[in-house]
Design a binder for this molecule. Structure first.
Ligand code: NAI
Length: 395
């Protein structure tokens, strides 16, 4: 079929298999160009199909020749209907990994469920024996609790007062003011239930109970802080409470790993265009300005650059640098004073009329369409593409 982008708000409901493959190939090429990384040999990535999780899988496999198992929740293709992008990304990743002689298998299903945890544990036991690293990179708007069966929905709301600020519709470039009403009822608890640390801890407990963690085992989950500008809707909002909980959970998990000399880390990553961040109001305008400033200063990074730097310059050092809250900071360049001062100044000036000049709206859009396999020069989008791509190592 001929596959074109069909967007609905901040998502694209189609994905291009060749473009998604190109996206993965570019990331593999980046890692190879940077050279080997001393890290784990057997790696489980939860949330492995897109964004930071996919970059973690690629860095592990092509930087350290690691055997990888990826867990994700993606839509398979049907005749005449494309799969979701993470499906095609994974198909391309596995094809390349297998061609390079690397073990790579994947599990598609709800990572929050007991069923998927047990299925993953059984696969590790059968194929790898033990795991050295678990990357926890889930981003989801909902979670069905595996014990109570309650379905929690997360929200992206400020806490206390309503929050009014500028936001951009990145398709049209229109900047307007938006007001987000504060969290009410169970909004905070529900968001913590979805994006907090409980599920991460459940994963590690399941793997540990099954004796699947090696000595010196590490696990890392991803968090975000960001600037004052976005604080009300992010770090001091409902999602921020969930990140507080996730960060606290790292200490609880570390306590359970002492006998293995293992440790749980949180890495605070940079704001980037992913399917998850496009959904947060105000953030796309911040990212458009941030991209412009960071590109001008020569310090812009995408997911793969961030994760390669995390693995090569943080996570596997003998002495891992952390902040006062014991978090790894790979958002250091985003948070540099000179970067933030410039973004804050541009924020005040930004209007519909000047955004394409003072911000990097084009870069935002390119990254957004790239997520779904579109806008790659190497791909002929007028040609027929086979939508029925299989993931070779899907269990
Ligand atoms: P993403 O949307 O690209 O990836 C989410 C992954 O989770 C996908 O692999 C998806 O299949 C998987 N997933 C979602 N629900 C699932 C379920 N129920 N079962 C199994 N898999 C499921 O998101 P992104 O942006 O890479 O986020 C990953 C982590 O990084 C999140 O914790 C996010 O808060 C954090 N982060 C993101 C930043 C950003 O700017 N995008 C910045 C800093 C941290």
């Amino acid at each position: 079929m001929i596959i074109e982008p069909r967007t609905r708000g901040f998502i694209c409901v189609t994905a291009h298999p060749k473009g998604c493959a190109q996206n993965v190939l570019n990331q593999i090429a980046y890692v190879k160009s940077k050279g080997p990384v001393e890290s784990a040999k057997n790696v489980l990535v939860i949330g492995a199909s897109t964004g930071f999780g996919m970059a973690s899988r690629i860095t592990s496999a092509f930087g350290s020749n690691a055997a990888t198992i990826g867990v994700f929740f993606e839509k398979p293709p049907m005749p005449g209907k494309t799969a979701s992008s993470g499906w095609y990304n994974t198909a391309a990743f596995e094809k390349e990994a297998h061609a390079a002689g690397l073990y790579a298998k994947s599990i598609n299903g709800d990572a929050f469920s007991t069923d998927i945890k047990e299925k993953t544990a059984a696969l590790i036991k059968q194929d790898l024996g033990k795991i050295d690293l678990v990357v926890y990179s889930l981003a989801s708007p909902v979670r069905t609790h595996p014990v109570s069966g309650i379905r929690y929905k997360s929200t992206l709301k400020p806490i206390g007062d309503a929050y009014t600020n500028k936001t951009v519709d990145f398709h049209t470039g229109e900047i307007k003011e938006i007001t987000i009403q504060p969290a009410a009822g169970d909004d905070i608890d529900n968001t913590v239930a979805v994006m907090g640390g409980e599920d991460w801890e459940m994963w590690i407990n399941t793997l540990k109970e099954n004796d699947l963690l090696s000595s010196n085992f590490k696990t890392v989950a991803y968090s975000y802080i960001g600037p004052k500008l976005t604080e009300p809707v992010y770090r001091k909002g409902t999602i921020g409470r969930a990140k507080d909980h996730l960060e606290k959970t790292a200490f609880t998990i570390s306590d359970t790993l002492k006998d293995l000399n293992g440790k749980a880390y949180v890495s605070v990553n940079k704001a980037l265009v992913t399917q998850s961040s496009s959904a947060i109001p105000v953030i796309p305008l911040y990212i458009s300005l941030l991209y412009k400033v960071m590109k001008e200063k020569g310090v812009h990074e995408g997911c793969i650059e961030q994760i390669y730097r995390l693995f090569s310059e943080r996570l596997y050092l003998d002495d891992i640098p952390t902040d006062t809250e014991k978090r790894i900071r790979i958002d250091d360049w985003e948070m540099r004073d000179d970067v933030q001062e410039k973004v804050a100044a541009l924020w005040k000036e930004a209007t519909t009329e000047n955004l394409s000049e003072i911000g990097d709206l084009e870069g935002y859009r390119t990254d957004f369409f790239n997520l779904f396999g579109f806008n790659f020069e190497e791909v002929d989008y007028k040609a027929e593409a086979d939508e029925m791509i299989e993931i070779p190592g899907l269990v």
